[in-house]
Design a protein around this ligand. Structure first.
Ligand code: TEU
Length: 546
């Protein structure tokens, strides 16, 4: 891009620190493990990493419950391990984003502990969202809101004098009390936290639940879906998400980042629709990027994907922002399995043994095609650790090992997200497939992960790992991330775009139909999602032509 702005086209790799590499062999991944494996990411060809939270935390939600925003959880290492990780990444030319969790703290955070000891109405309570209950004696929650993880979004506290007291809001687990973002103390604290990590050299932040910080005045009841992407067009905006006031917070943060050299950037985790509302987050003075979750959630049909792509590309383009593509992360069923489920079924929040099981071969085939599509599209893209190996969701986890609060808060009705968080397989014949010396990784690795280990795929041109490497190399060589997108009409069951960057045009074609698509004889195949594409594009296959 003429103005630099690396994030406009960057490919960013999400590391889930618990599950990437375990240097000390305690079964939980750690920062020194990550540092040791950074050359793998360099060879893969990504531009940056995003680390899920590694701060001190009781780990009630795998680190998204932060008890100290300025340190490192001892399970993951020490503060100087974070410094080393950042320095080593920069030496390799990789930027580093860290995760910021501003919507809630842990209930073990000093602020919440002080709030519990203080009286209703005190300054300590004003940092969170405490309310008197309803009912004759305050014995009912203040409103009908439900937690994203299941159950009520309110928990009642016992006052210091031992009597049943006020309730506090938690949109997630009861160990994740929501902060009160109307409170200036909360605002200035988080600006300091940004500075703390910016001073340590991070290149930016992934902002957790970016659409949730401000709640509608009066906290009105809500009976619609909790995921905004499930709202129908005529439903009003939920009172807990996407309130106009959030934008003021991000303008302040933008100014903090802009006061540092070196193009620091923020990406919003905002499950917001419609696309023009989502695009408000990437206005010039707010976030540099926002995940396009509509693309992630689109069913595997040409029309649905085309709509999701066009809508967000146009909405972002209207504010001169790039679109940020993503297919998997630590919250959703891995796309190698998701795309092997019946098309158009509601996405399960995790797959258990008793749920409909994905077709593994079909899922992997479609996942390879989906990634081939995604990495051709102009804008930034996020990869989730292990997708470059084609890892499937682990669906056979015994209930006893499941840790996700979703599983526990729904009494097992929802299986939760553990299945996409399994420790990485690096070497087939090593202890825990090379994840670490400990033979008890925090979640058990399915046997099928052995054949998918990095050392099994490296150098095999048919492997998913080598497909990713090729896609990333060609994408970089041709600067596709900076390209312009034009739709090509090749029929109902086919998705095709021309991506033009400089003097070069690449055509990406995805075939969703049962019939093969004839490829033009005068074009060269740059990359294909399946080996041996000769003149014809089979079903569930994608190709880049030049
Ligand atoms: O996820 C937020 C999350 O669960 C929501 O985006 C939800 O799907 C949506 O709000 C429904 O509208 C983030 C983290 O990625 C996740 O791992 C954490 O558990 C969660 O926040 C709480 O911090």
């Amino acid at each position: 891009h003429p103005g630099g702005e690396w994030w406009r086209s960057a490919v960013i790799y999400q590391i889930y620190p618990r599950s990437w590499a375990d240097a000390d062999g305690n079964g939980i991944g750690d920062l020194p493990g990550i540092t040791a494996r950074l050359p793998y990411l360099k060879a893969l060809g990504v531009d940056a990493v995003w680390l899920s939270p590694f701060y001190p935390s009781p780990q009630a939600d795998a680190g998204y419950d932060v008890s100290d925003y300025r340190g490192v959880e001892p399970l993951f290492g020490r503060l100087d391990d974070a410094d080393t990780l950042i320095a080593r990444s920069h030496e390799l030319g990789l930027r580093v984003l860290v995760d910021l969790v501003p919507n809630h703290t842990s209930d073990e955070h000093a602020w919440f502990q002080a709030a519990l000891r203080a009286a209703p109405g005190s300054a300590e309570r004003e940092r969170y969202i405490f309310r008197d209950g309803s009912g004759a004696h305050g014995e009912l929650p203040p409103n009908n809101w439900e937690s994203v993880f299941g159950g009520a979004a309110w928990t009642r506290v016992t006052e210091p004098d031992g009597t049943p007291g006020q309730w506090y809001l938690h949109l997630f687990d009861s160990k994740q009390p929501d902060l009160n973002w109307q409170n200036p103390q909360v605002r200035s604290e988080f600006e300091d936290i940004l500075r703390f990590w910016l001073d340590r050299g991070v290149d930016g932040f992934r902002v957790d639940v970016a659409h949730g910080l401000i709640k509608a005045d009066g906290l009105p009841d809500w009976s619609g879906p909790l995921n905004m992407l499930e709202l129908s067009g005529d439903q009003t905006r939920p009172p807990m998400w996407d309130q106009d006031g959030v934008h003021e917070v991000y303008r302040d943060w933008h100014r903090v980042l802009a006061s540092y050299p070196g193009e620091r950037a923020m990406v919003a985790e905002a499950w917001v629709q419609p696309a023009d509302r989502a695009a408000l987050y990437v206005r010039d003075d707010e976030f540099q990027q926002a995940f396009n979750f509509e693309f992630l959630q689109a069913p595997w049909r040409a029309r649905d994907l085309a709509d999701a792509i066009d809508r967000s590309y146009l909405a972002n383009d209207a504010v001169d922002a790039p679109t940020t593509w993503v297919l998997s992360n630590h919250d959703v069923v891995r796309h190698a399995s998701r795309l092997g489920l019946p098309v158009g079924e509601p996405r399960p929040n995790g797959i258990g043994v008793d749920d409909p099981q994905p077709d593994a071969a079909l899922g992997l085939r479609r996942a390879r095609a989906a990634t081939t599509l995604m990495l051709a599209l102009p804008g930034g893209a996020y990869l989730y650790q292990g997708e470059e190996l084609g890892l499937p969701e682990a669906t056979a986890l015994p209930d006893e090992v499941r840790q996700d609060p979703t599983f526990h808060r729904t009494a097992g009705r929802e299986k939760g997200r553990d299945g996409c968080r399994i420790p990485m397989p690096w070497e087939k014949d090593a202890t825990s497939y090379g994840f670490g010396e400990g033979d008890q990784p925090w979640l058990p690795q399915p046997e099928a992960y052995g054949d998918l280990a990095v050392d099994q795929q490296e150098g095999d041109p048919a492997s998913t790992l080598e497909l990713y490497r090729r896609l990333l190399r060609v994408r970089r060589d041709l600067d596709l991330g900076e390209g312009a997108l034009a739709t090509v009409d090749l029929g109902d069951d086919v998705l095709a775009y021309d991506v033009t960057s400089g003097s070069q045009t690449v055509r990406v074609i995805v075939n969703f139909g049962a019939q093969p698509v004839q490829l033009p004889a005068d074009r060269e195949v740059l990359v294909a999602s399946e080996p041996d594409i000769a003149g014809q594009l089979p079903t569930d296959t994608a190709v880049w032509l030049q």
